[in-house]
Design a protein around this ligand. Structure first.
Ligand SMILES: Cc1cc2nc3c(=O)[nH]c(=O)nc-3n(C[C@H](O)[C@H](O)[C@H](O)COP(=O)(O)OP(=O)(O)OC[C@H]3O[C@@H](n4cnc5c(N)ncnc54)[C@H](O)[C@@H]3O)c2cc1C
Ligand code: FES
Length: 345
């Protein structure tokens, strides 16, 4: 069964130098169900193995906007360079659809304020989340702390300024520019973050939700600052864009062969899985097409629900304690242990 869907490029817009928005044509986009904060994974046919790249969706499902993404050039990058230099309206792209856990919780009744922290292209999923919250939850106040080098390189600068005007009273934005002469309000650092929380936070930590997207060290510092301000860990969400290919290889506690029954789209597949193959590897070897993107336990694209048995994961940077309690697992880093396993996706 093929999981691929084809999207047609419509408008292409340069946002700032080295960054373009890609808006997809309407008839195709009806196939894509998504939540604010999710990303699309594109499949680029390659030689031995296809290449996959994920891009956060910047449109808001609440506003029925045309589906869009924003791509920043990565020096020597295969896909981003192709998109920026060669993609044209009418081009077709293959995607496995939307995925990811950088989304709003189903129940926001306890939340009074949302703090968004974005650096550079990290604004992409946050833009969709912000528009969705502002238009759907008028009782929640929104703060965006947005770091960039300079105004000229700030993606959506004007759109955000307009949004702030349109939602005066509900939205406050603090633009931080590294080139600023006022060094105390230039790059985000621990004490500045503390000061900004003091200035803008109007509710106790447990009523505050936070979303962070930017470089790894930036996100680490934000999480640290928020935890110090008594924001519970489960109220802090991160989205990781850059995926270094290093994960320490630790053996699962059980490396025996186990059977995995995988229920997918109304069909049931039988797999035999044994370390060093992950569940995803075993499915691929059998020609079963499962969703995946990073293959490192960092994006959540390969999520499945464990209905029976136990799955050990080499790495998990995306599922929360609550997700794990509900039986969610990641097939790209998952090994069956202690017996046979039944999974559903
Ligand atoms: C969940 C998720 C959402 C994402 N959303 C967006 C988005 O909205 N917009 C966007 O522009 N990108 C986004 N990315 C990053 C994107 O998927 C690609 O990794 C990026 O565009 C580079 O792909 P490439 O094929 O051009 O480069 P590659 O050919 O994969 O890489 C070339 C070189 O650059 C390094 N590199 C790769 N990615 C990065 C990076 N992000 N930063 C610094 N160095 C890098 C690699 O290690 C390699 O050395 C997202 C990634 C994830 C996992
Ligand atoms: S493919 Fe990214 S977490 Fe599994």
């Amino acid at each position: 069964m093929s999981l691929y869907k084809t999207l047609t490029l419509g408008k292409i817009k340069e946002e700032v130098p080295g960054v373009k928005s890609f808006i997809f044509e309407e008839p195709d986009t009806g196939q894509i169900q998504y939540q604010a904060g999710q990303y699309l994974t594109f499949v680029i046919p390659g030689g031995e193995q296809e290449v996959r790249r994920s891009y956060s969706i910047t449109s808001s499902p609440a506003l029925a906007e045309p589906l869009s993404i924003v791509v920043k050039r990565v020096p020597n990058g295969i896909f981003s360079r192709h998109m920026l230099d060669h993609a044209r309206p009418g081009d077709k792209l293959q995607t496995i659809g939307a995925g990811g856990f950088f989304t709003l919780p189903a129940d926001l009744s306890d939340i009074r304020q949302i703090f968004f922290f974005a650096a550079g292209s990290g604004i992409a999923p946050i833009y969709s989340l912000m528009k969705t919250v502002l238009h759907t939850y008028p009782q929640i106040s929104v703060v965006l702390i947005y770091s960039n080098n300079a105004p000229q390189s700030t993606i959506y600068l004007q759109e955000l300024q307009q949004l702030e005007k349109a939602f005066r009273g509900s939205l406050q934005i603090e633009f931080l520019f590294s080139i600023s002469k006022n060094l105390s309000r230039a790059r985000l650092y621990k004490d500045l973050l503390k000061a900004l929380l003091k200035e803008y936070a109007t509710v106790p930590g447990h009523q505050l939700l936070s979303y962070i997207c930017g470089p790894v060290n930036y996100m680490r510092m934000c999480v640290y600052g928020l935890r110090q301000a008594n924001v519970p860990a489960e109220n802090i969400r991160r989205e990781i864009f850059h995926i270094p290919q290093i994960v320490h290889k630790i053996e699962p506690p059980d490396t025996d062969l186990h059977r995995v029954t995988f229920r997918l789209g109304g069909q049931s597949h039988q797999l035999e899985v044994q370390y060093p193959d992950t569940i995803l590897d075993a499915a691929r070897k059998k020609g079963i097409s499962l969703p995946y993107s990073c293959e490192l336990g960092r994006c959540g694209n390969c999520v499945a629900k464990c209905r029976k048995g136990q799955v050990w994961m080499l790495n998990n940077e995306v599922l929360t304690e609550r997700d794990l309690e509900q039986g969610l697992i990641l097939t790209c880093v998952g090994y069956p242990i202690g017996g046979d396993v039944v999974l559903e996706a």
